[in-house]
Design a protein. Structure first.
Ligand code: SF4
Ligand code: SF4
Length: 507
């Protein structure tokens, strides 16, 4: 019996209430998935939580689409970086991303030949062990595409170790205007479902839940049809679709834990331990199945060009594409004077140099927002920020405490629970930027260890720390070495067949 309850957290922002969700048509299908072929890509070595990758190409090298250009540093959380275009390595230089991360970037000029590695083709193999599947995902350079950036292989390993029961697929995409995840579901539902089922098996879980908003009828139908088509291949798993109310910021793991399992998580709790569940974004699941079935590493993603000063476009974009090339491919919005936001309009960061700012693995949207003059006054104690805070905080009180240097009191008031959703700043009629101050305080207080999932230092690996020999990596994608291994061993340590599939886009 399908579960038809409506799940949600309290508070938040609502469509038709204060946010303009109007461009989030129920019929995302009307908006075609377009493609962009940039003249160059700028590939930062750090687009994930963890230690930056190490460039394994040099200036002047010729590269093919799918080729690894950055390899993970040994013994650390790191993921490889692959190019989505063919061409010549023009530069390897330092870059500062809008989120403040400083790293090296490999710049590749496109030869427009669209030449790709021979190895990028459907795997002929029908069986993979859990370890093999997770290794493929790791070496494909996949990290959480919903914005968290945690290396997916590491997250799967942790979930397997914790013995979780449920794998949750976040199909909620609650940010206003953005529809990239929804487009991924509409265009590639079988990839999303196959990827989720494969990951569920790989971690030894039994239930796979897709979390989707009640207003996303088309995507829900696409998922239901796909589950119906594929369920016979995954008879040992149970699938269900959990329907959530449409509100922002639906989908954050602590809010999902409260809505789905009735458990309140502190900032130190994990979903795995407290609820025996692990949460992945639907685009991440799509990327996992691309890697498993088609041997395609993470080299492109769907990005929404959206906002109240632009039309809405969903583009399939090589990672590293400069933001300016992306927005120019759909119209010159700079002429409109709108602000260009790297990310979603509530949580993203305004950029002023779109020519040198790349799309990274976590960029789900570029928002173009009308410039507004917001009146700035002292707090008028309207209470709107408290009314909308999804974590149940009083942002105005915390903001005042932080201004007065009362850090301990702000902590006691729950400031560490802030999830930086941006709702309070958005709603504030006095134009006070509450989020920046509160979120910075919340972030500073978290204990971040080397090699923990949230380790985010600017550490750059030395040659002695390399996990792969760079000369090997230069020969092509790290994925190439997998074909032989899998033929030898199709089962995991317990002798279970984990991933039967028939390969390629026929699934
Ligand atoms: S940014 Fe933080 S304080 Fe503001 S509404 Fe979101 S969770 Fe609450
Ligand atoms: S929304 Fe702004 S004006 Fe209203 S109580 Fe909060 S900080 Fe004060």
């Amino acid at each position: 019996m399908p579960d038809r309850r409506r799940y949600s957290f309290y508070k938040g922002l609502f469509p038709g209430d204060v946010l303009n969700f109007s461009k989030r048509s129920h019929y995302v299908r009307e908006i075609m998935l377009e493609r962009v072929y940039p003249t160059k890509v700028i590939l930062p070595m750090k687009m994930h939580y963890g230690v930056p990758a190490v460039p394994c190409v040099k200036i002047g090298d010729t590269v093919l689409a799918g080729q690894c250009v950055g390899i993970p540093a040994k013994g650390t959380f790191s993921v490889p970086v692959h190019t989505g275009i063919s061409g010549t390595v023009a530069d390897i230089r330092p870059i500062t991303l809008p989120n403040g991360i400083e790293t090296r970037a490999v710049v590749i000029h496109n030869d427009m030949k669209r030449a790709r590695l021979e190895s990028l083709k459907p795997r002929p193999l029908l069986k993979l062990s859990a370890t093999e599947a997770i290794n493929i995902i790791t070496d494909a350079g996949i990290c959480g595409m919903g914005g968290e950036g945690i290396p997916t292989g590491a997250k799967l390993r942790r979930a397997k170790k914790e013995g979780v029961n449920d794998l949750l697929v976040n199909c909620l995409q609650s940010e206003p205007y953005s529809t990239s995840d929804l487009t991924a579901i509409t265009e590639y539902p079988d990839y999303v479902v196959n990827g989720a089922a494969a990951c569920t098996r790989a971690i030894g879980a039994k239930r796979c839940f897709f979390l989707i908003s009640e207003d996303r009828k088309e995507q829900r139908e696409a998922l239901e049809n796909s589950i119906e088509r594929l369920k016979d291949k995954f008879k040992d798993l149970s699938f269900d679709i959990k329907i959530f109310r449409e509100r922002f910021p639906q989908g954050y793991y602590r809010l999902v834990a409260k809505a789905l399992y009735g458990k309140r998580l502190s900032s130190e709790d994990t979903l795995e331990r407290t609820c025996s569940a692990v949460l992945f974004n639907c685009s991440t699941m799509l990327a996992c199945w691309e890697a498993i079935s088609d041997n395609i590493p993470m080299m492109s993603r769907i990005v929404s060009i959206t906002g109240d000063a632009s039309g809405i476009h969903n583009m399939l974009v090589p990672i590293g594409t400069p933001v300016s090339e992306l927005i120019n491919s759909v119209g010159d919005f700079r002429a409109s004077g709108g602000r260009i936001i790297w990310g979603n309009c509530l949580t993203g960061i305004e950029i002023t140099d779109p020519d040198n700012t790349p799309i990274i693995k976590l960029t789900s949207a570029i928002s173009i927002i009308r410039r507004q003059v917001v009146p700035r006054t002292p707090c008028i104690h309207c209470g709107l920020c408290s009314e909308c805070c999804p974590m149940g905080l009083s942002p105005n009180t915390i903001y005042e405490m932080l201004n007065q240097g009362l850090m301990q009191k702000a902590s006691e008031e729950g400031a560490r629970d802030c999830i930086a959703c941006g709702s309070c700043s958005y709603i504030c009629p006095a134009g006070i930027n509450l989020t920046d101050k509160i979120a910075a305080f919340a972030g500073e207080g978290r204990v971040i260890e080397v090699n923990s999932l949230l380790y985010n230092s600017g550490h750059t690996a030395t040659e002695g720390e390399l996990i792969y020999d760079t000369s090997e990596a230069q020969s092509g994608s790290l994925l190439e070495e997998y074909a032989g291994e899998k033929e030898e061993d199709g089962r995991d340590e317990e002798g279970r067949i984990v991933l039967p599939f028939d390969g390629g886009k026929k699934v």
